[in-house]
Design a protein around this ligand. Sequence first.
Ligand SMILES: [Zn+2]
Length: 216
Amino acid sequence: MLFFYGTGSSRLLTAPLLTTSCTHCGTTGQLSATVFSRYASLFWTPIFPFSKLSVTVCGHCQQTIARLKQMPEGYRPPVQQLQQQARYPISNFAVLILFGLALAFIFGVGWFSDPTPATALSAAEQPVVETDVMEGARYKTIGMTDEDTYALAEVTRLTADTVYFKTTGLLRSPLTAASATVALRDSVPAGVPISKYPRNLWHFLVQGEGRFRRIN
Ligand SMILES: [Zn+2]
């Protein structure tokens, strides 16, 4: 792939040098200075700025001086001060910002929309796969925000790598085998009655994090 590296410049500010006299024509109050930023670019889009340069123009005689070094001594202090005041615009970092946004997007999507985070682990970090789980096993969630509130889950189907289960809505009544049976029959929210997790995530929930406690 061909990369078009380069440099570019953008105007940061223009200000009159009200008390400085033009050394060419002697007019006072007609000089102005413009500060530019120079930036590295990729495909003509700024990556980051690396320097500032200033240009003075006399509005009376049109004399233009494009380098600080070539400016008369009297021009330099006000021009240097302007140069220090001039801030690099955020657009000078366009590529870095886009790159950062792209990274944030990639990781954000990875973190927040993946319903099976365990699969994102590398092979070396693959957790143990839950093998003790069986169809009909019931679990109670623990560690929810309110101590008295819990939900129940019942495993409905198993495959080699996936645990299918249904969960109840939030429950508050004292838990008995009979109340669990009723809740799992009557309190399963409509819409997505069956959830599924990879077995390794199930293991994490039951053993690792202990969010699901077996109740039968
Ligand atoms: Zn002049």
